[in-house]
Design a protein around this ligand. Structure first.
Ligand code: DGT
Ligand code: MG
Ligand code: MG
Length: 298
């Protein structure tokens, strides 16, 4: 009786394994259906090997978004810190980003030369960065704008640019920081003329037409007693995010004999995090101080 039972059980196992194999082979046949050819219409967007891959995001119509959400002019530190929080989230959640740079409503993310993330497909890099950033912007909004409800969902466009040498990458980042400086100097004078001298936006624009940087510095100093060089670094230089080892102190329940009770003790552990700096990245000093960023195998 037991013997026949065992035989039947073995037969059942054998039959099920045959069915399983048939199902699997059917699955393979289905995957290679006559429709498979449509795959060939997909564009090959592999980023050139061994080049730096940069994804730049920019807020969609943030002129309107900043007005609707009462951003302070010309710089709203809540908005800039929120952008940086989103960029840190992108760096932590995605892979292979070695440095990021942000100003105004934009952030650039640099993927390491040797990254093979998603086989270096540009669309994957760009869409993952943009969606992670946008969802973080909404997710963390309340932490930065406590009294200001988010009135509609913000969007960000993205582009991918591939840079072949360290020099072209550094020039790219210098270009973005120079842009930050030019815009911020202009905006600082423009809004001082409106907010402090009572000019209309059109009058302020006319006043600044054709002026050079030195003229703008002079207006700020002589009319508003503002030394531009004393304006906050975050506004003048933007934000650079690089990986740094950070000591974290946390309290832990100590494992001690039960009779002494649950004692808490401070434990220090070292973690690597994307840390913000508001420094010059156009000169050589930054790159000499952080050679690991451009390291071939970084
Ligand atoms: P786009 O990028 O073509 O969709 O259009 P916009 O409007 O986003 O233009 P864009 O990116 O050239 O300029 C950024 C706008 O965002 C600009 O109008 C100023 C505004 N914005 C960015 N950060 C701040 C800030 O901290 N405070 C204020 N008040 N406005 C800001
Ligand atoms: Mg924009
Ligand atoms: Mg912009």
């Amino acid at each position: 009786m037991w013997a026949s039972c065992n035989v039947k059980f073995r037969d059942c196992l054998a039959i099920s394994s045959v069915i399983l194999r048939r199902c699997l082979s059917l699955g393979v046949t289905m995957a290679k259906s006559k429709f498979e050819y449509v795959r060939d219409f997909e564009a090959d967007d592999t980023c050139l090997a061994h080049c730096w891959v940069v994804v730049r995001l920019d807020g969609r119509n943030f002129h309107r978004f900043s007005e609707k959400h009462n951003f302070e002019k010309p710089n709203d530190s809540r908005a800039l810190h929120l952008m940086t929080k989103c960029a840190q989230t992108v760096m932590k959640e995605l892979e292979d980003i070695v440095i990021s740079y942000g100003q105004s409503d934009e952030y650039s993310f640099v993927f390491k030369r040797k990254s093979n993330w998603f086989k270096r497909r540009a669309s994957k890099f760009m869409t993952h960065v943009a969606s992670q950033f946008a969802s973080s912007y909404v997710f963390y909004w309340r932490d930065y704008f406590e009294d200001q409800p988010l009135l509609y969902p913000p969007g960000f466009d993205g582009r991918v640019v591939v840079y072949p040498t360290n020099q072209t990458l550094k020039d790219y980042l210098s270009w973005r920081q120079a842009d930050c400086h030019i815009n911020n100097l202009y905006n600082t004078v423009f809004w001082a003329l409106i907010q402090q001298s009572g000019l209309t936006p059109v009058q302020a624009q006319k006043r600044l037409q054709g002026t050079l940087a030195a003229d703008k510095n002079e207006i700020l100093f002589s009319e508003f007693n503002i030394n531009y060089n004393n304006e906050p670094l975050m506004y003048r230089k933007g934000t650079v995010l690089i990986w740094q080892k950070v000591d974290e102190v946390m309290t832990k329940e100590a494992k001690v004999p039960a009779e002494t009770g649950g004692q808490k003790m401070a434990v220090t552990r070292t973690r690597t995090k994307p840390v913000p700096f508001h420094c010059d990245i156009i000169g050589d000093a930054f790159w000499k101080e952080h050679p690991e960023i451009l390291d071939e195998d970084s």
